[in-house]
Design a protein around this ligand. Structure first.
Ligand code: DGL
Length: 269
């Protein structure tokens, strides 16, 4: 008999960023099977229109459904902030979890002065969703948002601790430093890869909030509450829309294990 609990969790992003979420999902749910899709042919999403990002996300979800995933994590803030409600409506037969709400929850747990910074892609910041949800959760929150478009290509290139990344971060984060924020949400799943550099710029007094851990906990709770928890797996498979060595390299760097991603013609979905 097929046990649906053994079906994988599908996780996707535009490229390597969502692997920072995969890492936490593996920590929190070590016996779950995982299928990851990184849209390496079409990264970045953050500078694209909502319509295009929605179309790409639909194709990816169709692919993941073909792989019989039992649930999906949108490991991408750009998709989460721009398309989550529409995707939930379109694919209402499968549970889908996004990353914004977990980020908001973590930030309001750690902030003391209510001054919260949010960095993300242009599309995420433009959506205003973080600001809206933070103010819903903490009425007096003062939210300072800043898009950091060069962070994604730097992360995809593997320039994680390089001087060029430090220079870019210093320029982008200057205003947030001046606002005296005590917490900063990494509102793009690529950004935890640059965490050391971001910390170097902001100093020790700013809490860096990565929504990934809380997202993984949310998925765990969902699976437990719905009797969909797997105690018998642990297979991880990776797919990309364009094959390059960098994906496999960064994947092994993050997950501390070697994986070889397979190529999918995602435009056929
Ligand atoms: N990592 C994604 C995010 O969280 C997408 C970044 C991009 O492709 O621009 O927004």
């Amino acid at each position: 008999m097929i046990n649906i609990n053994e079906n994988p969790i599908g996780i996707f992003d535009s490229g390597v960023g969502g692997l920072t979420v995969v890492k936490e999902v593996i920590n929190v749910l070590p016996k779950e099977n995982i299928i990851y899709f990184g849209d390496t042919a079409r990264v970045p999403y953050g500078s694209k229109s909502k319509e295009l990002v929605y179309k790409f996300s639909c194709q990816i979800i169709k692919f993941l459904k073909e792989k019989n995933v039992k649930s999906i994590i949108i490991a991408c803030n750009t998709v989460s902030s721009n398309c989550y409600e529409d995707l939930k409506k379109q694919f209402n037969d499968i549970p889908i979890i996004e990353v914004l709400q977990p980020g908001v929850k973590s930030a309001i747990q750690v902030t003391k002065n209510g001054k919260i910074g949010v960095i993300g892609t242009e599309a995420t910041i433009r959506s205003g969703q973080y600001e809206k949800k933070l103010k819903e959760a903490l009425k007096d929150a003062q939210v300072y948002s800043k898009s950091c478009p060069l962070f994604v290509p730097l992360a995809e290139e593997g320039f994680l601790d390089d001087k060029i990344t430090l220079d870019v971060a210093t320029k982008y984060l200057k205003d947030l430093k001046d606002y005296n924020i005590d917490s900063l949400i990494l509102g793009c799943t690529h950004y935890p890869l640059l965490k050391n550099t971001i910390k170097k710029v902001l100093g020790d007094n700013v809490n860096i909030v990565d929504p990934a851990f809380e997202t993984a906990l949310k998925m765990k709770k969902y699976l437990l509450d719905n009797n969909m928890y797997n105690t018998n797996g642990g297979d991880h498979n990776f797919y990309v829309s364009d094959k390059n060595d960098k994906f496999d390299f960064i994947c092994s760097l993050i997950l501390k294990q070697n994986y070889i991603a397979k190529k999918v013609s995602i435009e056929n979905y």
